[in-house]
Write a protein that binds this ligand. Structure first.
Ligand SMILES: C[S@@+](CC[C@H](N)C(=O)[O-])C[C@H]1O[C@@H](n2cnc3c(N)ncnc32)[C@H](O)[C@@H]1O
Length: 290
């Protein structure tokens, strides 16, 4: 990675730490609080008095009869495992049963990263999958890409460093009666390097740092493949990352087509972008290194 690139990404990471979540709206609650099954996750504007918090919570409960647990987002998403910092306001359990894109998931909102706001974006990717594909999900979480894709694709390999996420993925595989997912718990860079297989599609949904894993991913691509690389990008400015994608991929592939999809604003001036990278015409170097 070039200096400019690393420097820019330090800046983006810094921004994402400041804002640490979704856009704020004037008023008591963050716009469109998240609902995951019977759990709601709210974020309050500044230091709101307790009585105002409680009346906002009552509003959430009155409008959403199936919610029985509410957590407040009280800090930044933590570390590499992207664990949310939540405080319980009411309710018992931090595990919800959540439905998305025709599949069901157990999600422990205190132990794993999960954003229901990504559901349409996940569907966009899922719809591209064909039934002869071998797919690698390098940052799988509880499986919201891996599981619906496994219903279509030949095989799915799913990796996450968070053992709670992998334990939930295992439960979710059973819950959805899936038989073609191989899963690993650990660092995606190390595990991916050891895989013998080549992949037709690779999903890299770790917007804070996925670009650091692109060199590893591209070496595991089949002759023709698509990579979905998520990244935080300063609003409207995708040039730096696109140049880096081209630099990394052109070592191994002759033809590189990049398309950008906006997958949510995470903070003012900071967007989550999915770069769909279509690769074909692999070079001899790649054949030898496999
Ligand atoms: C933004 S979350 C996405 C999870 C999932 N794809 C989803 O859509 O819900 C990023 C995930 O990457 C995982 N992760 C971070 N660093 C990792 C690494 N070096 N190797 C494997 N997984 C990693 C985190 O534990 C987290 O579950």
């Amino acid at each position: 990675m070039s200096f400019t690139y690393s420097y820019s990404y330090c800046f983006y990471s810094f921004l994402s730490l400041i804002y640490s979540g979704e856009k704020m709206e004037k008023g008591r609650l963050n716009k469109g609080f998240d609902i995951i099954g019977n759990i709601a996750i709210v974020k309050f504007d500044g230091k709101l008095p307790k009585n105002e918090k409680l009346s906002a919570v009552k509003e959430v409960l009155d409008k959403n009869k199936n919610i029985n647990t509410i957590f407040e987002k009280v800090g930044m998403t933590q570390g590499e495992e992207r664990i949310p910092k939540l405080k319980k306001i009411i309710g018992k359990n931090s595990t919800a049963l959540y439905k998305e894109n025709g599949c069901s998931y157990y999600v422990d909102v205190k132990k794993v990263y999960f954003s229901p706001r990504m559901s349409n974006e996940r569907l966009r990717v899922i719809k591209q999958v064909e039934n002869n594909e071998n797919v690698l999900d390098m940052f799988c979480g509880v499986g919201p890409f891996a599981i619906p894709i496994a219903k279509i694709a030949k095989t799915v390999t799913a990796i996450d460093i968070n053992k709670n996420a992998i334990n939930l993925l295992k439960k979710n595989i059973k819950l959805n009666k899936i038989t073609n997912i191989t899963h690993y718990c650990g660092d995606s860079k190390k595990i991916t390097k050891k895989l013998d297989e080549k992949f037709n599609r690779i999903i890299m949904n770790f917007p804070l740092s996925a670009y650091k894993f692109l060199g590893t991913a591209v070496k595991k691509c089949d002759k023709k493949a698509t990579i979905h690389l998520y990244s935080f990008v300063k609003e409207g400015d995708t040039t730096i990352i696109k140049n880096e994608i081209i630099k990394t991929c052109k070592e191994y592939f002759k033809n590189i087509k990049i398309r950008e999809y906006r997958a949510g604003e995470v903070a003012p001036f900071l967007e989550r972008i999915c770069f769909d990278i279509a690769l074909s015409g692999y070079k001899n170097k790649l054949i030898k290194s496999r």
